[in-house]
Design a protein around this ligand. Structure first.
Ligand SMILES: *[C@@H]1O[C@H](CO)[C@@H](O)[C@H](O)[C@H]1NC(C)=O
Ligand SMILES: *[C@@H]1O[C@H](CO)[C@@H](O)[C@H](O)[C@H]1NC(C)=O
Ligand SMILES: *[C@@H]1O[C@H](CO)[C@@H](O)[C@H](O)[C@H]1NC(C)=O
Ligand SMILES: *[C@@H]1O[C@H](CO)[C@@H](O)[C@H](O)[C@H]1NC(C)=O
Length: 222
């Protein structure tokens, strides 16, 4: 300060210095304003995200689909197929393990059906009991053994008879379909699960060809 006061008065250089100072201030202010805008945008986005997560529209983190796996699939067919040969009959049973990822809501199926396909050919179907899984819980849905009898197309009957011979492997697809009474309460918005590539290995047991799910087979449903 002392040094400046001793210098001779120079209005031109003072004006330049003042303009430079003003420029610096303006740049600083602009940067600060940009920072504020970005910070506020991020904050607002974060707040909206958190609000949506917990209150408004359940986002993907809050409402993940349950995980459905085929725990077991058993099929038993008569060793000597009935005539006419296009009728496929026997018994089947399925166990599904269902994992509910929701934190606060029970997951449930009110009127679910399980349908079994052999390479696109409908083989068997059954209705399931009402089923619910507690929040963040696991449960196993067991169908019990049900009989089935279907008139399938000839190629399917022939192929199934071959696949179910001793040591044979049959590839099946399971589909679960559900209709809810009140979707908003039990929050199950997932109407269908597909379990592809289920490989069932067969062996002879008491006049029947009994098959069960091979451990290497795909178990998770989508
Ligand atoms: C299916 O189950 C019924 C009743 O338990 C039994 O009589 C029949 O032999 C079974 N069929 C096969 C192919 O296992
Ligand atoms: C939800 O599902 C469970 C199990 O199926 C059932 O007992 C309960 O009544 C259902 N809740 C509503 C509100 O439908
Ligand atoms: C549910 O089952 C899965 C797979 O079997 C397991 O990883 C998970 O820990 C289980 N969760 C609970 C809550 O039991
Ligand atoms: C097979 O038959 C025998 C007697 O005929 C019976 O004791 C056994 O439990 C049967 N096994 C199966 C798996 O049905």
């Amino acid at each position: 300060m002392e040094v400046q006061r001793q210098q001779p008065y120079d209005p031109e250089s003072n004006r330049v210095a003042a303009r430079r100072a003003a420029d610096r201030l303006t740049t600083g202010q602009i940067l600060f304003a940009i920072y504020l805008i970005i910070a506020n945008l991020l904050e607002a986005a974060g707040l909206v995200f958190v609000l949506r997560l917990f209150f408004v529209n359940p986002g993907p983190l809050r409402d993940p689909s349950p995980t459905v796996r085929v725990a077991s699939l058993s099929l038993s067919l008569p060793s000597t197929p009935s005539l006419p040969s296009s009728i496929i009959s026997g018994n089947w049973s399925v166990a599904l393990s269902v994992e509910n990822h929701l934190w606060r809501h029970q997951f449930g199926w009110d009127h679910a059906q399980l349908v079994l396909f052999y390479h696109g050919e409908f083989v068997a179907g059954m209705f399931l009991q009402r089923f619910g899984v507690a929040p963040r819980g696991n449960a196993t849905l067991e169908t019990g053994t049900a009989a089935f009898s279907r008139d399938v197309r000839e190629w399917a009957a022939r192929a199934m008879a071959m696949d179910s011979e001793d040591g044979g492997v049959m590839e099946l697809e399971l589909r679960l379909l559900n209709h809810d009474d009140d979707r908003s309460q039990n929050r199950s918005g997932w109407d269908s699960f597909d379990c592809h590539g289920l490989k069932v290995g067969f062996s002879s047991q008491n006049q029947s060809q009994v098959g069960s799910l091979l451990s290497g087979s795909t178990h998770k449903c989508t």
